[in-house]
Design a protein around this ligand. Structure first.
Ligand SMILES: NC(=O)c1ccc[n+]([C@@H]2O[C@H](COP(=O)([O-])OP(=O)(O)OC[C@H]3O[C@@H](n4cnc5c(N)ncnc54)[C@H](OP(=O)(O)O)[C@@H]3O)[C@@H](O)[C@H]2O)c1
Length: 256
């Protein structure tokens, strides 16, 4: 990965939305099989951006490939989306993703480290060891695996924005979800520290998406999750925020 990388093809094009020209971007999103990641991927595809999406459920990924093409609806990006089976807990799996995007010359302008998981509601001494490990391996080590393999690519490309999905519970505390809170506080600290390491042209932020009715929310809120907004109603606001991030946001804890 030491050869000079070509600028992303999408950089050259732009669309006009809300009066301001917005460059078409290539956006890598982890955890696109459902929930926030899937809704964001479809929203970005609808706006003409190219999506690189990954998660573990192969059947949902192949359905998503067609949904992304339909969302693009005859636009230039319709056949450019890439979906890949990746487990972010595996450094090797993320490395393969990085190799694939370089080979396909689909260097991401923006990365959304969205893949995440939560423990079943339980006091910390009742959380099984494997479950605690899964939360840490996915939310902290998974995010870091992506940073490890993609920051060098962004540095070579001399530009990039990274969004690490945090949580209100990365800035506050709650009973029954201590492993999840610990992991998201770590994402906040990781983000602020990495922000100090990045060269000019590259920025990283921690993003609290708000409280949205997904499978994850249903796991911790039970039936009251249905009182919260859907991922589809969240995605337009999130997409606009993410597409307008700049170097000035580097290190910031933001909220949709
Ligand atoms: N919903 C909320 O209210 C809320 C609030 C605060 C923060 N968040 C954060 O927002 C992000 C998305 O949450 P969500 O509510 O959309 O959760 P979700 O509905 O449970 O979706 C999680 C996504 O992550 C993927 N994923 C999980 N483990 C993975 C792994 N090891 N490798 C690759 N992909 C993996 C899942 O796909 P597979 O299982 O197919 O791999 C799925 O697509 C998370 O980081 C979460 O912590 C959500």
């Amino acid at each position: 990965m030491s050869a000079a990388l070509p600028p992303t093809a999408t950089n050259a094009m732009s669309i006009v939305g809300g009066g301001a020209a917005i460059n078409l971007k290539t956006v890598l999103i982890t955890g696109v099989s459902r929930g926030l990641g899937k809704a964001l991927a479809l929203e970005l595809a609808k706006r003409g951006h190219t999506v690189i999406g990954c998660s573990r459920s192969a059947d949902k990924l192949s359905a998503l490939q067609s949904e992304l093409a339909s969302a693009s609806d005859g636009k230039n990006n319709a056949n450019k989306h890439i979906v890949m089976n990746v487990d972010v807990r595996s450094n090797r799996s993320v490395e393969e993703l990085a190799r694939a995007v370089v080979e396909k010359k689909a260097i991401p302008d923006i990365i959304v480290n969205n893949a995440g998981t939560i423990n079943r509601n339980n006091k910390i001494w009742e959380v099984p060891e494997e479950e605690f490990d899964t939360v840490i391996d996915t939310n902290i080590k998974g995010t870091t695996n992506v940073l490890r393999h993609f920051i060098p690519i962004m540095i070579e490309n001399k530009q990039g924005i990274i969004v690490n999905m945090s949580s209100g519970w990365g800035r506050s505390a709650a009973a029954q979800v201590a492993p999840y809170c610990a992991s998201k506080w770590a994402v906040e600290g990781l983000t602020r520290s990495v922000a100090k390491e990045l060269p000019p042209g590259i920025a990283v932020v921690a993003l609290n998406p708000g409280v949205i009715n997904t499978e994850m929310l249903q796991s911790c809120f039970g039936s009251s999750a249905s009182a919260y907004p859907t991922p589809e109603s969240w995605a337009p606001r999130a997409a606009t925020l993410i597409l307008h991030l700049t170097m000035a946001d580097n290190g910031s804890p933001l909220t949709v």
